[in-house]
Structures are given as structure tokens and as C-alpha cells.
Design a protein around this ligand. Sequence first.
Ligand code: M6R
Length: 362
Amino acid sequence: EKGGYEHYMRKEIHEQPTALRQTLSGRIDLDRGDVDLDVDFPQGYLESLEEIQLVSCGTSYYASQYAARLLEEIADVRASVEIASEYEFDGGRDPWRTLVIAVTQSGETADTLSAIRRAAGAGARTLAVTNTLGSSVTRETNDTLFIRAGPEIGVAATKTFASQVVTLALLSVAIGRERGTLSTANARTLLENLRTLPGAVQQVLDEEEHVLEAAREYQDSESFFFVGRRYGYPVALEGALKLKEISYDHAEGFAAGELKHGPLALVSEQTPVLAVLTAGSDGSETVNNLTEAQARGAPAIGTVSDGLETKSLDWTFEVPEADVFEPLVANVYFQLFAYHVANLKGRSIDKPRNLAKSVTVE
Ligand code: M6R
């Protein structure tokens, strides 16, 4: 059942190229520079849309942060994201013009269900983005968009993060096209980049040995910091969550620019800093923040793409070109790093202590 893998988590990390192909399958129309999603918004709804609010928890929350930026940049629509357990609906004068999207792999997360109920109760239009056919969230929302990642068994969400972001990227294109804010040419470029992702993720998976070496070198560190800007910021948060949840080591993600506003006080030889330095993440500015950490002794590990000066880093992981989706590809290095640190420590990777795959209490 684990197909020769020791853990579901590693199997699911390696399934990402396939999962992403499924997510994209039959949805891209390059000729028109548009997408076909199986969601039918009422005639004129997207044009009259005022705001999108994404609600979610944990890894799905970080996928939502990535997506909110995509929605703003691609579709030019106001998009905000809120942790489901903190969410209060405010839909202005016409709540129906706010689209509230519940992003949940399982479709059963109690906090997310309760947030979407509050929004629906106040008159918002709702959409579920989920991996699970027939899940509770699909019965609570006006529409559902499936991410089609295939079953995910490991408690740590991996392939579903990638498929959530890609599904919401497709939705951003659909909304941008419908509202007339995204040109055919720009849509085509985005869609072409999306189509390269399965191959790009495979290239990262082929570097697993290199990640294992880094995991060996740094596994005994006191604490791990992850930093990034723009699309790299949610990926830094996600990288830290993955590592802490399965290795039980302390890990924290920061906006790279925030390091100097406090966290730098914690930095030492014992705190490797892992950074997203790719396109879509203002890598050259983040390198400066990383250098400040390095000056205090911290090992600097960068996920990098072409053209960035990285000679000073202690470790580099190469990310293939994919524009704003490069941080999503870089995330696969963080998944592998978390996996190998936890595995070297003999942790219970698929069922970490104190955690459940779907959290059905508030
Ligand atoms: O099923 P959901 O996407 O709603 O789950 C949300 C979180 O509970 C989940 O992402 C959790 O943070 C994962 N264990 C992270 O790996």
C-alpha cells in the first residue's frame, strides 16, 4: 500500500508530479488563454464580485496565503485570508458580493466548517476547495472545486498543499479572464508556467540525496528558522510547520524582512536559516537578511533560481524556472528536509504525537 516507501509522507511527497498533473488535467485551454473549471458561477457574478475571503487552518491556511496573493496579482480582485478559528464575516452592504472560500484538504475541519457556516448565514456566496469527494464542506457551500491530489494518508499535508495552490491559481485565471483584468497573453504565460510544474517538482525530487546530506548535517540544531518574502513567505511558514510537526524540533517561519525586528536575537550557530530566494520572492533582498544571520554564525541554506549570487551560502538547492510558482516548487525541498530530519531521529512520521489527520473539534 505504501508502494515500497517506508512512510506515506515520503510516498505522497513523491506523488506530487502526478497529483499536479491530475489537478491540471483537462482544465487548461491554452488557445483561448483560459481555464475550464467545473464551477458555474451565476451569470455576471464574477464581474460584480467585490472581495474574496479565504478561510482555512494549518497548511491549508498557508496555501490560502499564497492564493490570496495570486488572486490579487492575477485577477486584480481584493483578496484576504483568515485563520478559520479567528474568522468573523464582514461582507459590507451586499454580502453576496463577497465570495468566501473554505480551503480544506479533508473537508471535515471543524473550525473551517464553522467559519463557512457563519459566512453563509450572513449571506455570502461560498465555495469549497477540497480534496475529498462527499466531505462535509461540499454540503455546506454553494460550489465545490476539487483539487484532485488523490488520497493523502500522512498527517503532514504535502501533495495537497501544492494542489491547493495550483487549483486556486487556476481559479485566479478564471476570475481574471471573466472580469477582463487578465489579458490572453498573460493568461497563457501563467498557464504555461503551471504546466511546467509537474516536471519542475520532479527535478527537485531527483535532488533528494542532496537534501538528505543537509538533513544529516543540521539535524541536531537547536532550532530552525525559515524565511521568505512575497510568495516565499507562506512557504517559509509552511516549511517551519512541516518540520516542527514531524521532527518535534522547534521551527519558526518569518517574513524575511522581520528577522532584524526581533528574531535575530535568537540566531546562533545552532539555528540554521532556510530561505526562499527564488523568483516571486524578492530573493536578492532576502539574501541580505540571510547574510545578517550568517554574520551571527547561523548556517544559511537557500532555495535558489537562476541569476542569484549565492556563493556566500552554506547550502543551495536549485529550483527550476516557474516565475511566481517557484516558491511552490522550493517548498518540496522543505518537505524533503523535514522528512529526512524526522526520519534520522526515528520519529513517527505518518502519525506524529498529539496530532490527527482531520481535526473535527473546534
Ligand atoms: O483538512 P484541512 O486542510 O482542513 O486540515 C487543516 C490542518 O489541520 C492541516 O493542514 C494540518 O495543519 C496538517 N497536519 C499540516 O501538515
